[in-house]
Ligand binder design. Structure first.
Ligand SMILES: [Zn+2]
Length: 204
């Protein structure tokens, strides 16, 4: 059996870090990088990992293409001017059943691990017009294929609001429980998605 290939991509980039919480001096990219790096360490050895920076700028397309991922999971944090706004949502590609199944698997693990408000699993068409232009890029502009020639199930996580004061406090905690739990949940969700498929005999 081939190893299951997981591409984890970090929302935004060092140069263009996405949302910023000025009060706590933290930005979306640095936190998503920590979460993604932690997630990468939570997979058993029969999983191959590819970690991407700068994905949203499209600078690493060749690398992802060559990797032939079985799934792509891009990690973000949300932002609102209301510092009380909170909750986790996971976004999948509309009309793509595998993307939806992957989204539900990861979302459930995130909610159970972090015990934050559930803003649901939603399709990417629903969020058009938001600031998250990256979803357009991620779901509409570039199509990746796996080693069997099928579209790669791709999802985008919004791991709560970086603008939320409680979330920022948890992120700043020196034990990094929030970051570790989020990372492990993402890995657990991807593993569950893969195991569900194996149980159905869909991958040999
Ligand atoms: Zn973002």
């Amino acid at each position: 059996m081939n190893n299951f290939k997981v591409a984890l991509t970090i929302g935004h980039s060092k140069e263009s870090p996405g949302a910023v919480n000025q009060g706590y001096m933290i930005n979306e990219y640095e936190i998503c990088k920590k979460i993604t790096d932690y997630a990468a360490n939570c997979f058993p050895k029969e999983y191959d990992l590819c970690i991407e920076d700068n994905w949203t700028l499209g600078q690493e397309k060749d690398k992802i293409d060559k990797f032939k991922a079985d799934v792509i999971v891009e990690n973000h944090m949300n932002f609102a001017s209301d510092t009380k706004k909170t909750g986790i949502m996971t976004i999948y590609e509309k009309d793509n059943a595998e993307s939806m199944l992957l989204a539900f698997a990861v979302h459930e693990k995130l909610i159970l691990a972090l015990l934050r408000q559930d803003l649901g699993v939603i399709n990417h068409e629903t969020i058009k017009g938001w600031r998250e232009w990256v979803s357009f890029f991620l779901f509409d502009k570039i199509k990746y294929q796996n080693r069997f020639g099928f579209d790669v199930p791709t999802i985008l996580t919004e791991i709560d609001y970086i603008s939320n004061s409680d979330v920022a406090e948890m992120i700043m905690d020196k034990n990094e429980d929030f970051i570790k739990k989020a990372g492990k949940a993402i890995a657990d969700g991807i593993i569950k998605y893969n195991e569900d498929k194996l149980n159905k005999g869909m991958i040999t």
